[in-house]
Design a protein around this ligand. Structure first.
Ligand code: ADP
Length: 232
């Protein structure tokens, strides 16, 4: 079963730049996909369309049965509830503790305190940060901050985890740890993962489904992929 279906999608920004050309892509439930390509190839644009930060100019995008392009603004929350997002720059709230950062979205959803507590501690345990619940983001290393961001992204058990260059600010060792953590989440919880990256080492080590973008076009797909130097 496909969790994501992208059909004949084009994305042209208001300034006239076309970022995605005639894209067709299906991603199965539980899959782990690396989206690779050099800077400007359209990776972020595709990720943004999957969580409806951007709309396609034409074509169809279905995520978990939701027709994302046609979704009315007032209904975007329905899509967002099904997914978690991790960014390169962590995007934690600096005046909140680790616990509060992870709990925040659940509080906004109006969940009860006790339920929130169970979910937050479970997520923080999964990312190995249960001992740091009272710390503030600036008291953590980059890798730890990204772990908090991952805990926040998975706390509501999303069907889909979107990651946009999650290791972009981390050293190689920490990067591998973070990607391995995301792999374990993918395996244990069956959460589908789509990760944009240009980290060649990691793509080669992990041997996952690889989708290669170049100048806004999908030019290759590998089942158990590698970072193909010839393409770049
Ligand atoms: P990547 O994530 O692979 O670096 P992007 O999706 O960010 O690629 O960018 C693809 C193309 O779209 C680039 O040419 C970029 O300049 C352009 N682009 C990205 N965002 C915008 C925007 N908000 N407005 C106009 N052009 C954009």
């Amino acid at each position: 079963m496909d969790l994501i279906r992208v059909k004949n999608v084009n994305k042209r920004y208001k300034n006239g730049v076309t970022a995605i050309y005639d894209l067709n892509l299906n991603i199965k439930k539980g899959d782990f996909v690396f989206l690779i390509g050099s800077s400007g190839s359209g990776k972020s644009t595709l990720i943004k369309m999957l969580y409806r930060e951007e709309k396609p100019s034409s074509g169809e995008i279905i995520v978990g049965g939701i027709n994302v392009a046609k979704l009315r603004n007032a209904r975007v929350y329905k899509l967002r509830r099904k997914l978690g997002i991790v960014f390169q720059d962590y995007r934690l709230l600096p005046k909140m503790t680790v616990y509060e950062n992870v709990a925040f979205a659940l509080e906004c959803l109006g969940e009860r305190k006790n339920e929130i507590r169970v979910k937050v501690l479970k997520a923080l345990e999964l990312v190995g940060l249960k001992g740091k619940v009272h710390n503030y983001p600036d008291q953590l290393s980059g890798g730890e901050q990204q772990r908090v961001a991952i805990a926040r992204a998975i706390v509501n058990e999303p069907k889909l985890l979107l990651c946009d260059e999650p290791t972009g600010n981390l050293d190689p060792e920490m990067s591998l740890e973070i990607v391995k953590l995301i792999e374990s989440i993918n395996k244990e919880t069956k959460t589908t993962v789509v990760m944009a990256t240009h980290d060649k080492e990691i793509v080669n080590k992990m041997k996952k489904h690889v989708v290669v973008l170049k100048d806004g076009r999908l030019i290759k797909e590998y089942e158990k992929g590698k970072y193909d130097d010839e393409i770049f």
